[in-house]
Design a protein around this ligand. Structure first.
Ligand SMILES: NC(=O)c1ccc[n+]([C@@H]2O[C@H](COP(=O)([O-])OP(=O)(O)OC[C@H]3O[C@@H](n4cnc5c(N)ncnc54)[C@H](OP(=O)(O)O)[C@@H]3O)[C@@H](O)[C@H]2O)c1
Length: 234
């Protein structure tokens, strides 16, 4: 690692899209920190990659400010800089406001909506110093209404947070990109019957969009990227 090596913090980076982003950045020679609640998943991911020196695994909850600011502090202490954050941690309860289980909703709303805001708050000073970038992983469900879908409403909030944040930090030299995927084949769909969903993107395909946004030349700020698999009409 040299002092020019770029450093990215990815929440929920032990599986799925976040892990695919981390893998691509590591392959490009960059340094990455990944967070997640389940330590064993983070360890398994690091092991799978051969435990590279440029990968930091940081167990923690994206909806807990002490965990999030602690992760930023650890990254700065270990790598000395922070160039980008990817607010990726999130999940769906896959139920509806009319007949779902409210017991599952609090954590989902806090993870999906509060989580990205906490990450921005914790990292903005370091990103201002580096002229860095913020990527928020939203969803097509944050653009297209789905009957009864509270998860979709959390992603509408992410759509709004991305643009509201951009309007505040663009003068500070920080880029903000909302990447809104359609269906992606990841553990997000575990325990769901996906056979009727049709074609899905791979995690690596959507990671390509995240890494593309992160790799824009200085002065270029890609704001919104919506990517669906062919055959997903809504
Ligand atoms: N897959 C899709 O079709 C799709 C489509 C549009 C948008 N998205 C969005 O893409 C993002 C990534 O999801 P994915 O598809 O890659 O699914 P995934 O493989 O389940 O990834 C989600 C990751 O977030 C972590 N996570 C969840 N809650 C967390 C919390 N409170 N604190 C820290 N980490 C947390 C999970 O690890 P732990 O459980 O160990 O914490 C997991 O590693 C999510 O924001 C999701 O809403 C997915």
């Amino acid at each position: 690692m040299t002092e020019d090596t770029r450093v990215t913090l990815v929440t929920g980076g032990g599986t799925g899209i976040g892990a695919a982003v981390a893998r691509r950045l590591l392959e490009a020679g960059e340094a990455v920190a990944v967070t997640g609640r389940r330590e064993e998943r983070l360890h398994a991911f690091a092991k799978e990659l051969g435990e590279p020196q440029r990968l930091l695994t940081l167990p923690g909850n994206a909806a807990d400010y002490a965990d999030v600011s602690g992760a930023v502090d650890t990254v700065l202490a270990r790598f000395g800089r922070l160039d980008a954050v990817v607010a990726n941690a999130g999940y769906a309860t896959h139920d509806s406001v009319a007949d779902g289980d409210p017991a599952g909703w609090t954590d989902m709303v806090l993870t999906n909506v509060l989580g990205p805001a906490l990450l921005i708050r914790a990292s903005v000073d370091a990103l201002r110093r580096s002229g860095g970038r913020i990527v928020l992983v939203g969803s097509v469900a944050g653009f297209v209404p789905t009957p009864g879908n509270l998860y979709g409403a959390t992603k509408y909030a992410v759509t709004g947070l991305a643009e509201n944040t951009r309007r505040q930090v663009t003068d500070w030299g920080i880029g903000v990109t909302l990447v809104a995927p359609g269906r992606v084949e990841t553990p997000f769909w575990a325990e769901q019957d996906v056979t009727s969903l049709g074609r899905m993107l791979t995690a690596d395909q959507i990671a390509g969009s995240v890494v593309w946004a992160l790799g824009q030349p200085a002065g270029v700020d890609v704001n919104t990227v919506v990517v669906r698999p062919l055959g997903q009409p809504n």
